[in-house]
Design a protein around this ligand. Structure first.
Ligand code: PLP
Ligand code: COI
Length: 357
């Protein structure tokens, strides 16, 4: 399908950010957005790149009432040669389709998603910051637009992609953050939508995030919803522990988002010299391990958060400190390796980098 493009005269473009090193996460948006419409008669149709702007929607649209919405989070980087790089974009497209299926929404061919992303990126290249630690964050999103109040799947949808030049997700940058463990509120339950990227997962987690922030922590460390014991993941990232020189992460049991960063870290770590294990771990074991020195590092991993070292953990109002609240050696090594691949600073031996020349 031919993309309909509405291109602005240069004088109508937004001023670019002044200093990439000052960029925060998701606060500024580029000049254009991509949209694609779905109805039952035509299926997905009318791909369009047009000036970034508000959506006009019926207030009865299903997304506003029953949260039939899914999204993705990925990044475009600028290589040292000035090419646009994307990291494993087909993995994001596949996950978007898994999310769409779970939420009764029509899937989009993965090659089409990638094509639309590339076309938008080519037009928006000037917005890709080139400093290490910054990138053009991409937010592909699908919403239910049919105006009807019955609780049933929508028959009309909108897919859009917006772009945001971004710096680190946490204001701490690549420095340790603190987590608070939620004992009562759960993020995801068995049979729910925790393993897909449905917006509703995040809405339901805000109450615990608010508490964590009030207590001075950056995010919540979620436990399983059944026994409230097993560590699952963090609000916007998967979790890793270094336990007696082994890299441990909880297995994907159906309530954890299968992170692309997580999967990549599990692949590169053995090559960096650390063995990995996917293992359930209780919060009690974790606290005991930190206290007796067997758990030496903890970090979160995700597209927005990249590798975020965790320096403090609050469990039942007791604070545990990891590695003197400093970035640990494995967190650092894994961060350096992953970002060197993502920014095209070293050969892409895993074949993960999609280059738009
Ligand atoms: N877990 C949750 C709940 C997330 O929102 C994210 C972010 O996308 C992740 C994990 C990490 O996933 P990825 O590495 O694919 O960005
Ligand atoms: C990402 O890492 O891309 C995410 O989607 C996390 C987000 C909820 C901020």
């Amino acid at each position: 399908m031919e993309i309909i493009k509405t291109i602005l005269p240069p004088e109508n473009l937004k001023p670019l950010f002044k200093d990439a090193s000052q960029l925060l996460f998701g606060q500024q948006f580029t000049d254009y957005m991509f949209t694609l419409t779905y109805n039952q008669e035509k299926g997905w149709h009318r791909p369009e790149i047009k000036p970034y702007g508000s959506l006009v929607m019926d207030p009865a649209a299903l997304v506003f009432h029953y949260s039939q919405e899914v999204f993705e989070g990925q990044k475009a980087y600028k290589s040292p040669e000035g090419d646009i790089l994307m990291f494993r974009p087909l993995e994001n497209a596949k996950r978007l389709n898994r999310s769409l299926e779970r939420m009764c929404m029509p899937t989009i061919p993965e090659v089409d998603i990638l094509h639309y992303e590339c076309e938008l990126l080519k037009i928006e290249k000037r917005w890709i910051p080139d400093q290490k630690g910054t990138a053009l964050y991409m937010r592909p999103t699908v919403i239910a637009t049919e105006a009807i109040l019955g609780v049933r799947p929508s028959s009309e949808f909108l897919f859009f992609i917006i772009l945001s030049p971004s710096g680190p997700y946490f204001p701490e940058g690549f420095n340790p953050v603190g987590l608070w463990v939620s004992r009562e509120i759960s993020r995801a339950a068995e049979g729910g939508t925790g393993e897909v990227k449905a917006g509703g997962n995040y809405g339901g987690s805000l109450a615990a995030i608010k508490t964590a922030m009030e207590k001075g922590y950056s995010q919540v460390l979620w436990l399983d919803a059944k026994e409230h014991r097993y560590v699952e993941e963090v609000g916007a990232m998967n979790i890793f522990f270094v336990i007696e020189d082994k890299l441990v992460t909880p297995p994907l049991t159906g309530t954890i988002l299968p992170g692309i960063t997580r999967k990549s870290i599990l692949d590169i770590s053995p090559d960096l010299g650390i063995t990995t294990e996917e293992k359930m771990i209780t919060i009690e074991e974790l606290c005991q391990g930190i206290s007796d020195g067997r758990v030496t590092e903890m970090f979160g991993a995700g597209t927005a958060a990249v590798v975020s070292p965790i320096g403090k953990l609050n469990v039942d109002d007791r604070e545990y400190t990891l590695n003197d609240n400093q970035t640990g050696p494995w967190s650092n090594k894994i961060y350096q390796e992953l970002t060197a691949i993502q920014y095209g600073e070293k050969p892409d031996t895993y074949n993960w980098v999609y280059r738009i020349t």
